[in-house]
Design a protein around this ligand. Structure first.
Ligand SMILES: [Zn+2]
Ligand SMILES: [Zn+2]
Length: 224
């Protein structure tokens, strides 16, 4: 798992850095050249587009409702239950209703906090636990090492006056099998993304995929 609290702290201390992002591309489908888990950590002078858009949404929601957008969202998903994949006392993994990739998921802290540095030791173990369980479900889905881009969205540095709620995104490209992937092209590129099946169906399939890795089930030693 590439998330490094120490690397984040080092980046946060850089006077020019406004953002630090840990991410991982897994599998050749996502451009990864190494077969082993290989995370990257980028620090940037400005806030990248995706977190900048999310910060606007946090601000708008706070102005309208006086609360944190993701705190309210996690609570609502927990009540409804139909898009939940797995979780523990500190994190929940779910298929967000706005997901565009077939098995896209969001991993969110149950507690309101902004950076991985703010996780206590129990929560850090809980993050490792939920990631292990979620990625096992992914691998089990088509009995293949499931490719994805995964990244940690945390608060921009020195960003007082804005809400932020720590979360991770998984964007996996596979659609129907280990080899049939979704292409975000044509109307989806020029108009808007379309779903091939509902977020609720994706969540149900990930729930059914189970947390015993298929290589272990087959009696073969699981690779990390
Ligand atoms: Zn929150
Ligand atoms: Zn995000």
């Amino acid at each position: 798992m590439p998330v490094s609290v120490d690397e984040y702290a080092a980046a946060a201390a850089l006077p020019w850095a406004r953002y630090a992002m840990a991410f991982e591309n897994r599998g050749t489908l996502m451009g990864a050249s190494n077969p082993h888990p290989h995370g990257q950590f980028w620090a940037t002078e400005s806030v990248p587009n995706e977190p900048a858009r999310e910060r606007l949404a946090f601000d708008d929601y706070r102005a309208a409702h006086g609360r944190c957008l993701l705190c309210d969202y996690v609570q609502r998903e927990a009540q409804q239950g139909e898009r939940l994949v797995c979780g523990n006392d500190h994190f929940v993994a779910l298929v967000p209703f706005w997901a565009t990739w077939p098995f896209e998921t969001l991993v969110v802290t149950r507690r309101h906090l902004a950076t991985i540095e703010a996780l206590d030791n129990i929560e850090r173990d809980a993050l490792a636990d939920v990631l292990k369980r979620l990625t096992t479900r992914y691998d089990n889905l088509f009995e293949t090492p499931f490719p994805y881009s995964m990244g940690v969205h945390q608060q921009p540095m020195r960003d007082t006056g804005h809400d932020w709620h720590l979360h991770l995104h998984f964007y996996p490209p596979l659609l129907r099998s280990a080899t049939i992937r979704k292409f975000m092209v044509g109307f989806e590129m020029l108009g808007s993304p379309q779903r091939d099946f509902s977020p609720e169906d994706a969540a149900a399939r990930l729930q059914a995929a189970g947390e015993i890795h298929y290589r272990t089930r087959a009696g073969v030693e699981a690779r990390p």
